[in-house]
Design a protein around this ligand. Structure first.
Ligand code: FES
Length: 119
């Protein structure tokens, strides 16, 4: 059963269609921590696309698209990431790292801005 983005995020059909255009098929959203804040990103998709998705759904993340190749070559999306159960932090490319439950992006690269909304 597909995730009902309209119901969860209170977005319109055009926004759902835009999200579906940028994402690979997924069955659920998984919790990820970004700079101390929990977001829910689609599994089976990269962190990069997941953050784009979260920006579409909530407006909390904005991206300077001119800085990124989304293909693993520019390296501009290198992020400090902590995997669940591990102490160390790794430098990983957000566009080449799958969103998996419990991952923590300790620091976003330049070009991504996270602004928590107050509800
Ligand atoms: S966006 Fe270019 S390497 Fe990730």
């Amino acid at each position: 059963m597909p995730v009902d983005l309209k119901a969860i995020f209170n977005v319109d059909d055009a926004t759902v269609a835009e999200a579906n255009d940028i994402l690979r098929p997924y069955d659920k959203l998984v919790p990820i921590i970004i700079e101390g804040n929990q977001v829910m990103l689609p599994e089976n998709n990269s962190l990069w696309r997941g953050m784009q998705f979260w920006g579409l759904m909530t407006g909390e993340i904005s991206i300077d698209f001119s800085l990124f190749c989304i293909a693993g070559t520019c390296k501009n999306c290198k992020s400090r990431i902590k995997r669940p159960g591990e102490e160390g932090r790794l430098s990983m490319l957000a566009c080449q790292t799958m969103a998996t439950e419990g991952l923590e992006i300790v620091r976003l690269p330049m070009g991504f801005t996270y602004r928590k909304k107050s509800y």
